[in-house]
Design a protein around this ligand. Structure first.
Ligand SMILES: [Zn+2]
Length: 74
């Protein structure tokens, strides 16, 4: 099964399971269930979840881009 790195795994309608913010990380667990996290909660749970996950779609790099665009640091 090929993994397509260019296709976005997450949509704007995907929400963090913890706080309902926009999700940037999808964690697929054995058995096919998945969890969604915002960047903040992914940082908190990554260490615990990575060893259990069969797949992790990490799009937090998009979060960094959005933060740079929205922060007016001039
Ligand atoms: Zn969250």
């Amino acid at each position: 099964m090929a993994t397509t790195m260019t296709a976005p795994a997450l949509a704007a309608t995907d929400r963090c399971d913890r706080c309902n913010s926009q999700a940037y990380v999808r964690v697929v667990l054995p058995g096919g269930s998945d969890l969604l996290f915002c960047g903040h909660h992914w940082n908190r749970h990554e260490v615990a979840l990575r060893p259990q996950a069969i797949e992790v779609f990490d799009e937090t790099h998009r979060l960094d881009v959005a933060a740079h665009v929205s922060s007016d640091d001039r």
